[in-house]
Design a protein around this ligand. Structure first.
Ligand code: DX5
Length: 238
């Protein structure tokens, strides 16, 4: 079995729970705190009931931070908007399998634009939908809540799904990072990391009026400090 170097867990701030009147400042707070990336939750009011923002906000954020911008497209027909988000300065485009009739082609198009291509699947969507596109995927995001809102509780059944996805990736001899999005906080993060998630996306546990972004990120980091990957053997928390 191929051994992997130690896999660092990445922390991503979702701006869905940031102050929409001060998105640039809130993104800079996350950057100053040492976050690994910003996730921009694009919602169209059709795939999910809420409308948030479009490529113009990505363009504005690109001017504010030097961070990796991960754009989560919770929109129908994402193929119509790929170049706009690429031109706006996105680094990765995450499309939902549920919105892509031609997922294989959409992932090809994203890579042809020079961006990382990611696939996100909802809690009800089985892993089998990913089997034929793993070779075109730079990251897989498991929705651990039903998309549309921040501040929801983690859906427990997704922990086993993460474990099965990790096994699917291992069987193929691939090293695709698994991201989790929704209900990620200092309590759920260790369990998610143990299941195999290596990219933790958090909105309301990063941006809230209880503590600073820096303190929230520190708490999240400390919560998974004992969970690291060495090779494909999972090292449980000390
Ligand atoms: C759901 C969004 C949220 C957001 C994170 O559509 O994608 O999952 O990024 O929300 P929290 O961390 O507040 O659950």
């Amino acid at each position: 079995m191929r051994m992997r170097s130690e896999q660092k867990i990445q922390f991503v701030a979702s701006i869905l729970s940031a102050d929409f009147a001060n998105l640039g400042e809130d993104a800079q707070k996350a950057e100053a705190a040492g976050i690994d990336a910003i996730q921009v939750d694009v919602m169209d009011g059709s795939f999910v009931p809420v409308i948030t923002f479009g490529a113009g906000v990505v363009k504005a954020l690109r001017r504010c931070v030097n961070l990796f911008l991960d754009v989560h497209l919770m929109i129908v027909e994402p193929e119509r908007h790929l170049s706009a988000f690429a031109e706006a300065g996105a680094n990765r485009l995450l499309v939902h399998q549920e919105t892509c009739v031609h997922l294989h082609r959409v992932l090809q198009l994203i890579r042809e634009l020079g961006l990382e291509a990611g696939v996100s699947i909802n809690p009800a969507t089985p892993l089998t939908v990913l089997e034929e596109v793993l070779d075109l995927t730079d990251l897989i995001q498991i929705m651990t809540v039903n998309p549309g809102w921040g501040g929801q509780q983690l859906i427990e059944s997704q922990l086993d799904k993460i474990d099965r996805l990790r096994e699917m990736i291992e069987r193929r001899g691939l090293e695709i990072p698994i991201a989790v999005d929704g209900g990620v906080d200092a309590t759920t993060a260790p369990r998610l990391a143990e299941a195999g998630a290596t990219v933790l996306i958090s909105g309301s546990s990063m941006y809230n009026d209880r503590a600073s972004v820096e303190d929230n990120l520190t708490a999240l980091r400390e919560s998974v400090a004992g969970v690291v990957w060495r090779g494909w053997e999972r090292v449980r928390p000390a």
